[in-house]
Design a protein around this ligand. Structure first.
Ligand SMILES: [Zn+2]
Length: 459
């Protein structure tokens, strides 16, 4: 229930991720009208009353996590159907997605939201996968999560099934979408322009998307990768590397979020930094899809140049989890191994990308990403009464290297408790699980996209 005021009382640690990155022991947080009003030692706020008080003596509090690339309606009902020896499942995934009905998408969205919110994700970017936003609005509203959505458009042949329109029509559709949706749900819903990728969109369409974003004070996101082969093809076709091509047509800038950004070279990194472009990286997708982080992962260089980076979980058939705590772990460990250097991507950097820096990468840095007075009250309370939190000396290291989303105890969005001591009240979980299993069976039967249920014999 929404309450006028909420006090998180006597937390074991509050990881503020504020300007000086304070971690406060035995701290209390006061929330009033959806915003954080005080953060102080519990003793200082001992006399402060609130409509609801949460005893946090065994809890560690962090800002809510932002998930910068999360295909929400995508693949939940067919999660895990692709055996490792099947290679890239992308073509099948897009076909399955295209075949979804409105009712199926509503339920698969709901289960995605359930997994996200229970793991402490308070905000996510759905890069244009939702076909039926009207139906899914109810789910976003019921869960109380923040969502950044858009309509996926393209105007060129692509290797997968994508919604394709003539450029002018795609631009008009996007403008109408942004006008209809941006700012709904008390501002928890944002609408962006979402062209799929530079390969699947003409320069005219991409420029039109940027114009729609600029004119409406909103953002755009694009799937983006580079690498030796892509650079060769791009130079032959456009006279520029993939990232420099985006700059040459004028679509980079502070309201552009490039997703993945693997394989970019030094000049492309400079181009991203120079234009103030933001990036979202999906460490577990890069690893699971064998993208060669040693050669193609440039997260340390992007961070060193001051580029705003968010982390993303991508999809239940890419990473295949919706847990940003695990993504933090992957980001922190994969660069240590790739560079054979334990100093790469310290745990603190991973936490920044999941909170403060990630919120900035999504244009929400003024409102989200840290625990300090004036910010929206989006909070995650971790339960330390679990083995993986023992012993507790450095809560950042326990969070990034030992915990995962399963120790999320309570989640607050906009000052409203949406997960309350592991429980939520928006859906009957057991019924939803059987519904999603049924949807998966129906989808596979309807599309004929099926695989053996494992490489080992199953009877
Ligand atoms: Zn994507």
């Amino acid at each position: 229930m929404a309450t006028e005021s909420l006090k998180i009382d006597n937390a074991r640690y509050v990881i503020t991720v504020d300007g000086s990155r304070r971690i406060v022991r035995d701290a209390s947080i006061l929330v009033e009208n959806g915003r954080i009003s005080r953060v102080a030692k519990a003793a200082e706020l001992a006399a402060t009353r609130a409509d609801r008080v949460i005893d946090a003596r065994h809890l560690v509090v962090t800002p809510g996590f932002v998930n910068g690339h999360m295909h929400i309606s995508y693949a939940h009902a067919v999660r895990g159907i692709f055996p490792d020896d099947a290679g890239s499942p992308l073509k099948h995934v897009f076909n399955l997605q295209t075949a979804m009905t409105e009712d199926e998408e509503y339920h698969t969205t709901l289960i995605g939201l359930l997994e996200l919110i229970k793991n402490g994700n308070v905000c996510f970017v759905d890069p244009g996968s939702t076909k039926y936003p009207d139906a899914c609005l109810q789910a976003y509203q019921d869960v109380g999560i923040r969502v950044i959505m858009g309509e996926c458009v393209s105007d060129r042949e692509a290797p997968f099934t994508l919604p394709r329109y003539p450029a002018e029509e795609a631009i008009a559709r996007t403008a109408a979408f942004v006008k209809k949706w941006n700012g709904r749900l008390d501002g928890r819903l944002r609408a962006w322009a979402m062209p799929f990728s530079a390969d699947s969109c003409s320069a005219d369409l991409l420029r039109g998307m940027k114009r729609v974003a600029d004119e409406n004070g909103t953002w755009l996101t694009l799937h983006h990768n580079s690498g030796p082969q892509a650079r060769k093809e791009s130079v032959a076709r456009h006279g520029f590397t993939p990232t420099e091509y985006l700059e040459s047509i004028g679509i980079l800038g502070p309201n552009m979020l490039l997703a993945h950004a693997l394989g970019i070279d030094d000049a492309e990194i400079d181009c991203i930094a120079r234009t103030g472009t933001a990036v979202t990286m999906c460490p577990s997708t890069a690893a699971k899809a064998a993208r060669g982080v040693r050669e193609n992962g440039r997260m340390p260089e992007l961070l060193a140049k001051g580029v705003r980076i968010a982390l993303g979980c991508d999809s239940p058939n890419n990473s295949n989890y919706l847990d940003l705590v695990r993504s933090m772990n992957m980001a922190a460990v994969q660069y240590k191994d790739a560079r054979e250097d334990m100093k790469q991507i310290p745990a603190e950097a991973a936490v920044e990308m999941a909170t403060r820096l990630g919120a900035q990468a999504l244009g929400l840095g003024d409102e989200l990403g840290s625990i300090e007075p004036g910010k929206k009250a989006d909070l995650v309370l971790f339960d330390t009464q679990r083995p993986e939190w023992q012993a507790l000396w450095n809560p950042i290291n326990n969070l990034v290297y030992s915990a995962d989303g399963r120790s999320v105890h309570t989640v607050v969005v906009d000052g409203r408790v949406v997960v309350d001591a592991y429980r939520q009240s928006f859906v009957d979980e057991a019924r939803l699980y059987s519904k999603v299993q049924e949807i998966g069976e129906a989808l596979q039967a309807r599309t004929g996209i099926t695989f053996p249920r494992g490489r080992w014999p199953m009877s």
